[in-house]
Design a protein around this ligand. Sequence first.
Ligand code: NAD
Length: 293
Amino acid sequence: MIILDGKALSLKIKEEIRQEVETMRKAGERPPHLAAVLVGNNPASEAYVGNKVRFCEEVGFASTLIRKDASLQEEELIGLVRSLNEDPHVDGFIVQLPLPGHIHEEKVTLAIDPRKDVDGFHPLNFGRMAQGLSAYLPATPYGILLMLERYGIQTRGQHVVVLGRSNIVGTPMSLLLSRKGEPGDATVTLTHSRTRHLSDETRRADIIIAAIGIPQFLKGDMVKEGAVVIDVGINRIEAPERKSGFRLVGDVDYDTVAPKCQAITPVPGGVGPMTVTALMMNTLKARRKEISY
Ligand code: NAD
């Protein structure tokens, strides 16, 4: 059984990006610049944004973290988005989700210039992705594609079962893997909370991608021998033995699933670091204006 080590792979790609930035600098070019907007102080969001800023520093990108109070009004946030759209020194930016309840996330996403939408959440990028045109791919599915590619996991002709149909993970993942090309060319089944006989679906899968947000949901008896399992879930569960009082687990019950797998991602240290890496790849693309519209 192979452990798909997202942490180690992320370090490898980070070094590749760092070298590219160094080459840019030597050529007298400005390094890529990523801005992040954080509204409020959700601890998970603080941690995610912190990781992104740290990654930028380590590869030599410029980064700007804009913190706003949770009372920020929707129009003010949209005004900030517009100023980032127009800032020639910012190549790409993200507005960390979730936003406070009084702000409509979709309005904010729509205000982002698709050419700077390095999270790949804007409908223009989503639509272009769905049609196989050049686009910023959403970071988590893109990170998973990088992982499958770098670990040499073939997807052509394979039966992939995706659990969860969110706009940021499950749905784009299913589109990307069913698209023509490698990784892709898979036969994909997208499952969700209304799917009947879910275990029948997962037991037929060569590759399972679990993104539902239910701790340790996928059990060993739901997986066939030799499957590849990608666990996207990040869930906090109580762990009184730990100083923090909690630990992170995925949507996969690792102990019962891993022994049956050909390959599996751990949590933490699997998909999480690859998501940040993919965001940085998008930022590099933004700096180079590689995505043409
Ligand atoms: P979400 O919470 O928006 O949606 C959950 C999806 O799961 C829905 O489509 C729902 O239909 C489906 N679902 C719920 N119960 C189900 C069931 N019993 N059987 C089948 N499907 C069911 O999902 P999300 O935002 O994609 O997040 C999913 C998980 O992935 C969360 O734990 C989240 O924290 C994690 N996540 C991790 C990363 C990363 O970088 N590793 C990135 C994004 C999300």
